[in-house]
Design a protein around this ligand. Structure first.
Ligand code: COA
Length: 346
């Protein structure tokens, strides 16, 4: 058997404060009906003043580590200390340094390798592929992979579209060295990007392009902006193509997949991807009604909700697929392992 990265822990965290559609409608020209019918979202969680991405990442990471320890109470040959932390985020605590070392430190993981990955809503799949590759190559033995974002901190308070869609959160998994063929072994990845679409999902100010020009940024350029319609089209196209190409490589037909856990951007996007792949509704996992689009946290939080709700079971064939700014996209496949997952997140 060849060496593989095996998923053995899962966790998630959401900030306490819930913003309902009704609350948004009281502040902006929108309605619960518009948001529900156009996006499928009913509420989202947002951080409190002073709370940051690392705070959520630490909570989700601690829960994933506890879950891995619980799982490891059963005979588990791959148990060892975490020696790698990869954090996917586009809302780091600070532009520099990366947020992952602080998260690793606060989790008491010692002097482990740690770094951030920036691929917006595809960040978790990119981070998973990075950590899995490092484990397979023998560079790491056990990795904590976190997707965490606090987009509420970069949204324009007056933008009804982005405020309706995005929410804050963090999700995490633990990967350990194991053998190909074990439940939980990552079976393959499909990753891609198209920088010609960089302006479709962006924050214009705060980087070297804007800061190399003397003087403050133009008004509003510090906020996140998104061109919704082309993003919608590309999300459907790129997640469908990426999923299809990975399924061919792994040797599964779409009908053989038990659960597709796609980036939770919009219920209409999930349904359109399902249609492109010829999926039935019961194959598609959706939790965006409760959390919105949590960016890099989206896929692991959907996994966690699906496990907590009993929808995702050991032995299920699982396809993960994401799409986001960059533009970027990526997919991963695995057979779901038996896990201890602690209490469900809020
Ligand atoms: N409440 C009420 N009306 C809204 C609104 C809101 N929250 N947000 C946008 N609208 C309006 C628009 O201004 C537009 O009005 P107009 O026709 O007078 O210009 C109208 O609704 C329709 O806008 P449109 O963009 O055609 O709507 P849509 O059906 O495409 O839905 C999105 C808009 C943003 C929900 C949709 O395009 C989308 O989900 N895009 C992808 C977003 C995404 O997934 N981003 C992350 C990717 S990682």
């Amino acid at each position: 058997m060849s060496r593989a990265a095996v998923l053995c822990g899962l966790g998630g965290a959401l900030p306490e404060r819930i913003v309902s559609n009704e609350e948004l409608a009281a502040q902006l020209d929108t309605s619960d009906r518009w948001i529900r019918t156009r996006t499928g979202i009913g509420q989202r969680h947002v951080v409190a003043p002073g709370q940051s991405t690392s705070d959520l990442a630490v909570q989700a990471g601690a829960q994933a580590l506890a879950s891995a320890r619980g799982t490891a109470d059963r005979p588990d040959p791959g148990v060892g200390p975490v020696d790698l932390v990869v954090l996917a985020t586009s809302t780091p605590d600070r532009p520099c340094p990366a947020t992952a070392p602080d998260v690793a430190h606060r989790l008491g993981l010692g002097n482990v390798a740690s770094f951030d990955v920036s691929a917006v809503c595809t960040g978790f799949v990119y981070a998973l592929a990075t950590a899995a590759s490092m484990i397979t190559a023998g560079v790491a033995g056990r990795a904590l992979v976190i997707g965490a974002d606090t987009f509420s901190t970069i949204l324009d308070p007056a933008d009804r579209t982005t405020r309706a869609i995005f929410g804050d959160g963090a999700g995490a998994v633990v990967l350990r060295a194991g053998e190909a063929g074990e439940p939980g072994a990552l079976l393959g990845f499909d990753l891609g990007s198209d920088g010609s679409g960089a302006d479709l999902i962006t924050v214009r100010a705060g980087g070297s392009r804007q800061r190399s020009v003397p003087g403050p940024a133009a008004a509003g350029e510090e906020f996140f902006t998104m061109d919704g319609r082309p993003v919608f089209t590309r999300a459907v196209l790129d997640m469908s193509r990426s999923s299809q190409s990975l399924l061919e490589r792994v040797g599964w037909s779409a009908a053989e997949v038990d659960k597709v856990v796609a980036h939770q951007a919009n219920i209409r996007i999930l349904n359109a991807v399902g249609e492109q792949l010829g999926l039935e509704e019961k194959q598609i996992v959706a939790n965006l009604d409760r959390v919105g689009n949590t960016v890099a946290a989206s896929i692991p939080l959907a996994l966690r909700d699906a496990v907590a709700g009993g929808e995702l079971q050991p032995g299920h064939r699982v396809l993960l697929t994401g799409f986001g700014g960059g533009l970027t996209w990526g997919s991963a496949a695995l057979v779901w392992p038996e896990l201890e997952t602690g209490r469900p997140h809020r």
